[in-house]
Design a protein around this ligand. Sequence first.
Ligand SMILES: Nc1ncnc2c1ncn2[C@@H]1O[C@H](COP(=O)(O)OP(=O)(O)OP(=O)(O)O)[C@@H](O)[C@H]1O
Ligand SMILES: [Mg+2]
Length: 386
Amino acid sequence: MPRRSRDPAETLAAELRDGHILVVCGSGGVGKTTAAAALGLRASLQGRRVLVCTIDPSRRLATSLGLAQLSGKPRALDLRRFDVARGGALFAMTLDTKSTFDALVERHAPNEAAKKRILENRFYREISAALAGSHEYMAMEKLLDLSADERFDLVVLDTPPTRHALDFLEAPDRLMSFLDTSILRFFLKPYFFAGRLTIKVATRAGAIALKLVDRFLGLDFLRDLSEFFLAFEAMYDGFKERAGKVHALLRDERSAFLLVASPAPAVLGEALYFHRRLEEKGMPLVGVVVNRMHPDPAAHPRAANGKPVRVDSELAGHLMRIVRDQQAVARAEAKSVDRLEVDTGERPLLVPEFEADIHDLRDLKAVGDAIFGALPASGRSRRVSS
Ligand SMILES: Nc1ncnc2c1ncn2[C@@H]1O[C@H](COP(=O)(O)OP(=O)(O)OP(=O)(O)O)[C@@H](O)[C@H]1O
Ligand SMILES: [Mg+2]
């Protein structure tokens, strides 16, 4: 993470200028994907070669990022309509959990036969997309690959909407412990080590468990399951080594986390929790963005174009009520954000609520402008302003 400035926008700008990995996290639906794409665009306009790895972008955003068809490979975006500083380029891709998992098996399987056995295993096929923590784990796994890809100076990683905040930080550990401690694996252990497809167990509990599994799931399923764990046994070391590398990468000095929230009280509560967990885990936080803030209409510089607005008194009454309502919302949100600042020690960067969904590059650029101010007219300098 870059040296911290007193100005939070400058700290984040420095990360876009010098950082290597930026992980965007936050609760579901707050604007993580939008922020990841907007910041990636901003950095590329300022001359960096950026890859934004999104997870499940809205259809329209996917279209504007050139990802209308699901694409697990980086695609270059056409930035010709923008003033791009020399060298700047933007790539985008979506993370496809299943194919990442397959690639992982291909990498670590000890031989062709084992690889085939796992990839074609019915149990593997069922669970590889849904395995506890696999989605999050795959995001981390992919990040490791992308961090070594020399085409990109900066990789911005969007994170999945996890049910429990920050699940993905623990994903490598959780996947490992799922494989290590799975109750079925425990019962079936004698059976794996025998390595034969005969049902033989050493313990009484194992025998009972087997009977139950057989009754409810059938022996075919059991066979697939056993084979799966047997084949996985050989890949443990590879998995463990990669999990260790992910752990180190996330704590590297050129890696940083950005926390995205919205001003809704429940989301701010979760943001506090995220903040605490990032600190506990020693993850470098580069800033907090509060997205979808409602502006105070009275504070808006163009509220009346500087001129008195003439309206009849009934209309004026209605308008005043609307203005007051909006003001109340804006003030409550501002208060919540102040509290977040006190509780986290981070001054949040604010992004206003846009009139409609954010779905094209122009909108994404506007999000960057809201955080850092407009880019200088000629972007063809290598300087990054805040
Ligand atoms: N400031 C904003 N003003 C208006 N609409 C916004 C704003 N920020 C995001 N949106 C819209 O809100 C929706 C959710 O945003 P986004 O997909 O970025 O959230 P997310 O945190 O990635 O969600 P998920 O947790 O489901 O992945 C999108 O349709 C997006 O266009
Ligand atoms: Mg998203």
